[in-house]
Design a binder for this molecule. Structure first.
Ligand code: PGA
Length: 253
């Protein structure tokens, strides 16, 4: 049975001290109230990762980063590698978030190299895909998602796929308050699973968790998570408040 996952993407929010406070709060709530139905991952700023790793020692909450470079080391000023992330206790890394694709011009080709680098370090990749509003309105969203998935992930081996989680995040739903309806999301999730089946076979495609992201809130999470191919969520804004984040975690049944 594939894993149910709720991951918090904190983006460029929270100073070190603020991050430590939120991590401590989330850790406490998960310890006291967790129903253990979902794996919980938090992805704070790079700066907070080493101390987050210590604060989460002994907790079931997993630690993720929001990006990594595709090389292990070298002359790439300002960048961080997958091996560096691993060395401070990170187990997950978000790759291909639409904000990275849009503002930092990350291409499918670069993202394919990043996934290889992360997987080679044994990190689990939270690989994001999703269409813009214009792409949805013109009806090209399935083609866009197909190329994001095939160009970003299909160079991996079937074995590597055990370290891949996919997040479908329609760009028009991120931070906008506009959520995809559960039918719209399920349609794309089922499509992604079909792509995985065609490439890797039924057994592997059934094991890959596919998360939905884009304005997930405590009041819409249960409906989204009730869909057959929606295995949890990648949460932005609502992950910055411990109570909201936990209410979303509780929506996993
Ligand atoms: P949001 O962000 O929940 O604030 O829409 C989701 C994401 O970008 O991962």
């Amino acid at each position: 049975m594939r894993k149910k996952i709720v991951a918090g993407n904190w983006k460029m929010n929270k100073t070190l001290v603020e991050s430590q406070a939120l991590i401590t709060e989330i850790r406490g709530i998960v310890r006291d109230e967790n129903t253990n139905k979902a794996e919980v991952i938090i992805c704070p700023t790079f700066l907070a990762l080493p101390s987050a790793s210590k604060l989460l020692d002994g907790s079931t909450v997993k630690l993720g980063a929001q990006n990594c470079h595709f090389e292990e080391s070298g002359a790439y000023t300002g960048e961080l590698s997958a091996s560096m992330l691993k060395s401070v206790g990170v187990s997950h890394v978000i790759i291909g978030h639409s904000e990275r694709r849009q503002y930092f011009h990350e291409t499918n080709e670069m993202l394919a190299k990043k996934t290889t680098s992360a997987v080679n370090q044994g990190l689990t990749v939270l690989f994001c895909v999703g269409e813009t509003l214009q792409e949805r309105e013109s009806g090209s969203h399935f083609d866009i998602i197909k190329s994001q998935i095939s160009e970003g992930l299909f160079h991996l081996s079937a074995k590597d796929m055990s370290l891949v989680v996919i997040a479908y995040e329609p760009v028009w739903a991120i931070g906008t308050g506009l959520t995809a309806s559960s039918e719209q999301a399920e349609e794309v999730h089922a499509f992604i699973r079909t792509l995985l089946t065609e490439k890797f076979g039924e057994a592997i495609s059934q094991e890959v968790s596919i998360l939905y992201g884009g304005s997930v809130k405590p009041d819409n999470a249960a409906e989204l998570f009730s869909q057959m191919n929606i295995d949890g969520g990648l949460i932005g804004g609502a992950a910055l408040k411990a109570r909201d984040f936990f209410d979303i975690i509780k929506a996993i049944k």
